[in-house]
Design a protein around this ligand. Structure first.
Ligand code: ADP
Ligand code: MG
Length: 533
């Protein structure tokens, strides 16, 4: 007869366990994410293996089942996955160098993507996170296609024991004996909240036992991984509202799958209305990052601030599941994804911009945010500027390209006036331009005081503030009276203006302020004064 055998963990496991329990995970609730990921992984694996060996077929309704028991202070998680043999228990849970999943994945690499089930978890530390909340872990497993079952037991302190066990079906059951200080995890509600947060998008049902009955706690629906043609508008809207905490319809839904050197699925939304946003809230992209369907973080800043209104999900194959904050910051994978996302969103905006009514809705909501890109992102400024519509002295809304097309002979630059929407139109600055037949863009967003000087030009046309364009206009013929008036005004305004000159520029107004051609224009000077500088 076979009895219990006790083994030492490989030396690296001891070290790793210490690391995992004490420092790797800042938030111990993710033990559940790791164990659920393993269960989902094993089930996917079995589904895949059953394709070539019918004897391994999954039961009719495979699920991950979770129950808690306050009496015995345990959490039990069971699955219908591949299960593990005695050797596999020792290999996969007793050593770290070999990760069953990683080996499995590399053997699959030769196959086509359609043949590969979606596997979760490449990195070999996930299981040990159980010891963050448990002082004793039992794993009872029966390998699919085998009759015997085995139990693996450990307190995570250097040794583990393997002994014969009983299990009716193939699969794995993990029993966590919860530490007193982790008692909170014995509350089904707590478990439910964690599952919804981290594993809402695992396709497999995750069932929680409450009052003696198991009920599914997730939607089990990784919408972004499904084929566009299978998804209705209502599905998209429901998903958008759920993940984006929104109530409106999406203005744009951008769903695609990148394949080749970089593999990811993205489902992004642009809202159709401005969300209520407290002023102090940081405006960073909250697009969710998933790795192989599992939610990782919404703080990966997948889009730049000037696209922070975009919501949604990006799911990649190219990162390990338990990717750390440090890896997230350093990995070139995310940089490439970021680049691809920005380009895709911009091309969507470009195509929507063909319909000026539709685009107006967008720009009214988010134009001011988008304009931050004109200032912050020199690489994309020209693309962004090409999309935007501006009010002008001739049009309610014009693109820069249309503005350029209307430029009369002799005009070589683009003129704008930044300021308050209420009095831009009646500004005396515009009088001379009207006379010349030059159109002036009227820019009323606060950021408009800044980006044109940063951008300098659009399609080789300089962007010039109307308040600095004195040289466009011929000086007035001077008479003794006018010279005296100018001198007196200059004296009266000493310290406030650097000079007073006569100009032919004004038609109806007697006087106005202009800015010198070097340095900040009037709008920028006003902003700087307001900021106390
Ligand atoms: P990873 O999932 O990144 O490989 P883990 O530490 O989470 O690392 O798990 C180690 C290995 O243990 C897995 O690769 C898998 O082979 C095995 N394993 C863990 N949980 C299960 C399970 N529920 N069913 C079958 N195998 C499992
Ligand atoms: Mg894992």
């Amino acid at each position: 007869t076979v009895t219990a055998e006790t083994y030492d963990f490989g030396t690296e496991v001891g070290r790793l366990l210490d690391l995992v329990v004490h420092s790797l995970y800042s938030d111990r609730e993710i033990f559940l994410r790791e164990l659920v990921a393993n269960a989902a992984d094993a089930t996917d694996k079995r589904r895949f293996l059953a394709l070539s060996d019918g004897a391994l077929a999954l039961p009719e309704n495979p699920a991950i089942k979770i129950s808690t028991d306050k009496l015995t202070q345990t959490i039990t998680i069971s699955d219908h996955g591949t299960g593990m043999s005695k050797e596999e228990l020792a290999d996969h849970l007793g050593t770290i160098a070999r990760s069953g999943t990683a080996a499995f994945t590399s053997s699959l690499a030769a196959k086509s993507p359609e043949e590969r089930p979606s596997l979760i978890g490449q990195f070999g530390v996930g299981f040990y996170s159980a010891f963050m909340v448990a002082d004793e872990v039992e794993v009872i497993s029966r390998k699919a296609g085998h009759q015997e079952a085995w139990a693996w037991l450990s307190n995570g302190k250097g040794k583990y024991t393997i002994k014969p066990a009983a299990r009716d079906e193939s699969g794995t059951t993990i029993i966590l004996h919860i530490k007193p200080e982790a008692e909170e995890f014995l509350e089904p509600l707590r478990i439910k909240t964690i599952i919804r947060k981290w594993a809402d998008h695992i396709a497999l049902p995750i069932e929680l036992e409450e009052d003696g009955k198991f009920a599914s706690v997730t939607e089990g629906n990784a919408l972004w991984r499904r084929n566009k043609s299978e998804i209705s508008k209502e599905d998209y809207t429901a998903f958008y509202r759920h993940t984006g905490h929104a109530w409106d319809e999406p203005w744009a839904t951008i769903h695609w799958r990148a394949e080749g050197t970089l593999e990811f699925s993205a489902l992004l939304f642009i809202p159709s209305s401005k969300p209520f946003m407290p002023v102090e809230e940081t405006r960073e992209s909250k697009v969710r990052l998933h790795v192989k369907r599992m939610f990782i973080t919404d703080e990966a800043r997948l889009l730049p601030n000037w696209l922070s209104f975009v919501t949604g999900v990006v799911d990649t194959e190219d990162l390990p599941l338990n990717v750390s904050r440090e890896i997230l910051q350093a990995t070139p994978v995310l940089d490439k994804i970021r680049k691809a996302l920005v380009n895709r969103v911009l091309s969507e905006l470009k195509s929507q911009a063909k319909d000026s009514e539709t685009f107006k809705t967008f720009q009214d909501n988010f134009g001011a945010v988008l304009k931050e890109g004109l200032y912050d992102d020199t690489g994309h400024a020209a693309d962004i500027a090409g999309l935007l519509r501006f009010a002008s002295t001739k049009e309610d809304a014009t693109t820069l390209d249309d503005y350029i097309a209307r430029m009369p002979e002799g005009q070589s630059d683009i003129y704008y006036l930044a300021g308050d929407a209420t009095n831009l139109k009646t500004s005396p600055q515009l009088e001379g331009f009207a006379e010349k037949g030059y159109e002036v863009l009227l820019l009323a967003d606060p950021i408009d005081a800044f980006w044109p000087t940063r951008m300098e030009s659009y399609k080789d046309k300089k962007l010039k503030s109307a308040s600095q364009a004195a040289s466009l206009f011929a000086p007035a013929e001077s008479s003794a009276d006018i010279t005296a008036l100018c001198e007196n005004l200059a004296k009266a305004l000493e310290g406030k203006v650097s000079g007073v000159t006569a100009s032919t520029r004004l038609k109806d107004s007697p006087a106005m302020l202009v800015a010198s051609e070097a340095g900040p224009d009037l709008a920028m000077q006003r902003m700087l004064r307001r900021a106390g500088r």
